[in-house]
Design a protein around this ligand. Structure first.
Ligand SMILES: Nc1ncnc2c1ncn2[C@@H]1O[C@H](COP(=O)(O)OP(=O)(O)OP(=O)(O)O)[C@@H](O)[C@H]1O
Ligand SMILES: [Mg+2]
Length: 282
């Protein structure tokens, strides 16, 4: 059991504030910085909507963390802070110990790849190949390295045949897969995915689960698909009304039906009824 597991908490349940994050080096006894360290993050949109309120979260290198919560909880807003797309609220975000600020933005975006909830926000060039090549090209790789990365990334999302197609002519699920490839091609150290499984057919969903499991990087995955969260992440954080309200092992959080229910979430399965308990067939 890790320090954080012991600290697993549900604010409402225990009536005390969620524990402040322990700095990575202290928590693990190592000198490795945490992949992501969020301290007192508060953010309101220009129209005054308060989307995040005093969020503290530490994600160690190599962890896979699912962020779940009801619509409007602030999940996407939180993810958009992880590579500095949104900034300027209260608190701070550190990536591998380096605070995100103007002078560190470029390096941050090299290390943290964010796949947006809406693929139309990610795909803007003429062909799928160009969209997936954009990141590696920007990083200064030569043509053969770019081609290799594009090929691998499209292969990973089962879209190898689509390089010459126009992304805006694809189905939503296909666009979602290409958007994921645009980030995979950058080989990020932290992979951040907003609803990666939405609109995927079962085979593509399964493939993405396998790809994500095999990738040896830190992962932060927002999803409404609790089975997907369980399949891809060992840790789950619940966000509600802009606050972290629970944080712990996936198996523990996802089997706590009352906790899930209090935050507008539910498991898709009814409890298993053993055959012997069922009424006899007529
Ligand atoms: N551009 C914006 N301008 C103003 N308010 C916004 C904007 N984007 C989001 N919000 C508001 O911020 C809050 C958090 O939104 P966010 O998109 O982060 O929620 P979410 O947890 O990702 O929800 P969902 O599950 O529906 O994707 C909501 O109240 C939302 O209405
Ligand atoms: Mg969202």
């Amino acid at each position: 059991m890790t320090k954080r597991d012991e600290g697993r908490s549900d604010v409402e349940e225990r009536g005390r504030p969620f524990p402040a994050p322990v700095p990575a080096a202290v928590a693990t006894g190592s000198s490795e910085p945490a992949a992501v360290e969020i301290e007192g993050l508060t953010y309101a949109y220009p129209d005054g909507t308060e989307a995040l309120s005093q969020v503290d979260l530490v994600i160690e290198q190599g962890e896979s963390v699912a962020v779940i919560g009801p619509n409007g909880a602030g999940k996407s807003t939180l993810l958009l802070h992880l590579n500095g797309i949104l900034r300027g609220g209260g608190g701070r975000v550190l990536i591998f110990g380096v605070p995100i600020e103007e002078r560190t933005l470029r390096e941050t975006r090299r290390r943290v790849g964010v796949v947006f909830q809406d693929p139309d926000d990610q795909l803007f060039l003429t062909t799928v190949f160009q969209d997936v090549a954009f990141g590696p090209a920007n990083m200064g790789f030569d043509e053969s390295e770019i081609a290799t990365r594009v090929h691998e990334a499209l292969e990973a999302v089962d879209m190898s045949e689509f390089g010459d197609r126009a992304a805006h002519h694809l189905s939503f699920g296909q666009k979602k897969r290409i958007a994921t490839a645009t980030v995979l091609s950058m080989h990020p150290d932290v992979l951040v995915l907003d609803e990666p499984s939405s609109n995927l057919d079962p085979r593509s969903r399964r493939k993405l689960v396998e790809i994500l499991r095999d990738l040896p990087v830190t992962k932060v995955i927002v999803t409404h698909d609790l089975v997907y969260a369980y399949e891809t992440c060992e840790r789950v954080v619940i966000l509600d009304a802009g606050r972290v309200v629970a944080d712990g092992r996936a198996a523990e959080i996802l089997s706590d039906a009352p906790l899930l229910e209090r935050h507008g979430l539910e498991l898709p399965f009814r409890p298993h009824v053993p055959a012997t308990a069922r009424p006899p067939a007529r």
